[in-house]
Ligand binder design. Structure first.
Ligand code: GLA
Length: 730
């Protein structure tokens, strides 16, 4: 626990504001002064005001840091509701809606007090308590600012002190307002094997919603991230925008509403769809966090802010080491046995990789896991495939000086399994309706404490029985349909929320016992990527689509919101491109392998071994350096990006030529993020005879940072599906 260095408490008695008046001050009544609440980071500011007139909390500013906050006293407009309620005077979408225990469907919120805690010299937490003057319901808005990273996190706690249960229908984490001429929204949608497709559109009057209703594997069609550009479309280096994301692994909703005055409200939080929630007296309902950063220098800065925040605060062990994997999924699928696996352990060693990851298919006996139709839920080693158990493989890995990792999918079950036979009431399924399968499986009812115990024990037993297991891939291959929980009885609308909180509960317990064990988050590819889960996971599987051409776009999409250290990219047999192209694409994130190593030619093996050594030398720059996206694959036939370390003495540049039209000219690119007065050596690496960029040069050249950033250099070649990687050293 970090020591709280400073605690400032400002109390304002509720009686100041509880007269019930909502319009002008009456003659003879002294109006309380307005209170300004500035919440600042290094470069940005979100400012609320408590109106002395009616005690309501409004947002008066969000943008670059002001030199004087008091200047806001000159503002003549009333501001926008900080957390709009429903039922009284709000005319647009509310952030919160509830029905009190006596059936009154309205809520009014007035400022009571606020408290500011400075946790360290970077983090400040402000809690603003609001209360309904007529009912004992308190709503606390929490705003956590990360000064150096220019990131703001917001969440809400609803404290219910009524005598009987009350029901909340909307319960957003954040409500933000903007006043601009135009608004441009970039969203990231997709499907299995086509994650993170960026689409930008202008918002028009009325409501636009980005959401998901899938429950589990919740982000399969829509990742909970967006850019909102103000006035004009922003690009990498210019434009005013916020980048927002919700830390929640279930149903989310971002709602954008433009009113009759062209003001925009953005409401972010759990999707209220089919999720009204009853809060018992004395209980607190806490929403997940909305995380955002404001930039007036384009999307590039917004991404870097989020990356800095994520490695320090958002991802488990975000600044810690990472291991390079050899995975067997695409090499063997379900078809393996002990000798084949020990061969793969040899290959892990031969390649110079750190860990072998055994994927799906290693478990279940009564209904062996020979394919995806059976066995899920029966987490005992399959005796035919692994007669000596996992422990034997751990030892064999150890003998070779590599580590052993394992795939699990503990939230799911095949109906053809002993688990299903023993506990048919542990699955989510509707009464009086046929079961509905997706990938031949059902979702376990994690709201049931017995199921939570089962999931915890599955992982814990595996780790205790085989202490050498050094890596886990945690999968989740289906969404919820026909969902009904026997355990929840008459509280079915709690399912989507309780499921996610129960999952977090299990992960919390596991993390207490195994604080740093690397675990990859997977959900049929990138079906559950968000900062709610990444608190528990070290990295994520971005997509089952490993065709490197597709991956350029998928990884480009993730790069806007997630740092490269968290994005697992494997070199596989998908795609007909050269091994060099595949390798260079995987190298822009957390690189790993899933290829039959024994089928590599001698040259290919040598090339891979050299690249792995390059990667190990440069991974610190790639994982923790500042990302500059220079040429977007969305705008042309190539993609160029680079990472620069904080000392600006090392950088790595990746250039991918995706296509090229007859006569197409690929101009010089101007690098970014370097020190203009430093002189840099630019050396092409990862060269291979088979796929070498013809324009590439084996000999290093020297340039000043000024030259590289103002004049630029030619990178890569004009041949389709070629790539080049440059190491740039002061
Ligand atoms: C999902 C994952 C794959 C693989 C399979 C195993 O589809 O995304 O990487 O682990 O499950 O069944």
């Amino acid at each position: 626990m970090k020591k709280i260095l400073c605690l400032i408490i400002i109390f304002c008695s509720i009686s100041c504001f509880s007269s019930g008046q909502t319009t002008a001050t009456q003659p003879g009544v002294t109006q309380a002064p307005d209170i300004l609440l500035p919440l600042s980071t290094e470069n940005t500011e979100l400012i609320y005001k408590v109106s002395g007139r009616d005690g309501k909390l409004v947002q008066v500013y969000l943008g670059p840091r002001l030199s004087s906050v008091s200047a806001l006293n000159q503002l003549r407009d009333a501001g926008h509701p900080a957390y709009a309620t429903f039922g009284t005077d709000n005319l647009f979408e509310p952030a919160i809606r509830m029905t009190h225990n006596d059936g009154n469907p309205s809520l009014e919120l007035k400022y009571v007090s606020h408290v500011t805690e400075t946790a360290d010299n970077n983090i400040t937490i402000t809690k603003i308590m609001l209360r309904d003057p007529a009912y004992p319901v308190e709503v606390t808005l929490t705003i956590k600012t990360y000064k150096a990273e220019d990131v703001v996190e917001q969440w809400v706690e609803i404290v219910q002190k009524e005598a009987k249960p009350l029901t909340i229908y909307n319960y957003a984490s954040s409500m933000l307002h903007f006043d601009a001429d135009k608004y441009w929204l970039s969203q990231f949608h997709g499907d299995w094997a086509e994650e993170m497709k960026m689409q930008e559109s202008e918002l028009t009057s009325g409501i636009k919603i980005l959401d998901t209703k899938l429950g589990t594997r919740a982000h399969m069609y829509q990742t909970p991230v967006f850019f909102l550009s103000l006035n004009e479309k922003s690009d990498e280096t210019s434009g005013e925008l916020i980048a927002g994301t919700l830390g929640w692994s279930g149903n989310f909703r971002f709602l954008f509403e433009i009113d009759e005055k062209n003001s925009l409200r953005v409401i972010s939080g759990i999707n209220p769809f089919a999720s009204e929630y009853t809060i018992q007296p004395g209980k607190v309902f806490k929403t997940p966090s909305f995380i955002f950063t404001y930039s007036n220098q384009g999307k590039g800065l917004a991404s870097r802010n989020l990356h800095h925040w994520a490695t320090k605060y958002g991802i488990l062990d975000g600044n810690g080491p990472r291991m390079m994997l050899l995975n067997n999924w695409e090499t063997t699928y379900f078809n393996f046995d002990e000798p084949k696996l020990t061969g793969l352990l040899d290959d892990t060693k031969k390649m110079g990789l750190d860990v072998f990851l055994l994927d799906d298919g290693w478990f279940a006996n009564k209904y062996p896991r020979e394919n995806d139709r059976a066995g899920l839920g029966d987490w005992q080693e399959n005796k035919t495939k692994l007669p000596n158990g996992l422990g034997y493989l751990v030892k064999e890995a150890d003998k070779r000086g590599v580590k052993f990792g394992i795939w699990i999918e503990p939230e799911m079950v095949n109906p053809k399994s002993e688990l299903y036979e023993t506990h048919p009431d542990w699955v989510l399924k509707l009464p009086n309706r046929p079961e509905h399968y997706y990938r031949n499986q059902l979702v376990l009812d994690l709201t049931n404490p017995k199921v939570q115990e089962f999931v915890y024990n599955t992982v814990n037993d595996m780790l205790t029985n085989n202490p050498g297991i050094a890596f886990i891939k945690w999968d989740c291959n289906r969404m919820m349909t026909n969902a009904y929980s026997v355990f929840l009885k008459d509280k079915q609308s709690h399912l989507y929320v309780d499921y996610v909180n129960s999952l977090y509960g299990v992960l919390d317990r596991l993390r207490q016992k195994y604080p740093k064990l690397p675990v990859m988050l997977c959900s049929g590819g990138g079906g559950r990527v968000d900062y709610g889960s990444l608190k528990y996971f070290t990295d994520f599987w971005a997509s089952d689509n490993t065709d490197p051409l597709e991956r350029v776009y998928i990884q480009w999409g993730y790069s806007y919101f997630f740092p490269s250290i968290s994005v697992c990219n494997h070199i596989t047999s998908w795609g007909k491109q050269t091994l060099k192209f595949k390798t260079d694409v995987a190298m822009m994130g957390k690189m790993g392998y899933d290829i039959p190593v024994n089928e590599l030619t001698e040259k290919e093996l040598k090339f891979s071994q050299d690249v792995i050594a390059n990667y190990k030398r440069l991974s610190d720059v790639i994982w923790h350096g500042d990302l500059y996206r220079i040429a977007s694959p969305y705008e042309g036939n190539r993609a160029v990006l680079m990472y620069v370390n904080s000392a600006k003495n090392k950088a790595v540049l990746f250039a991918y030529t995706l296509n090229s039209r007859y006569g197409e000219a690929f101009n010089r690119v101007r690098l970014q993020g370097l020190d203009p007065v430093k002189t840099y050596k630019v050396q092409e690496i990862n060269q291979s005879n088979e796929g070498r960029a013809p324009g590439g040069t084996a000999n290093p050249r020297s340039y000043t940072g000024d030259y590289l950033m103002k004049i630029g250099i030619a990178v890569g070649s004009a041949s389709p599906l070629t790539s080049a990687v440059y190491e740039i050293t002061e």
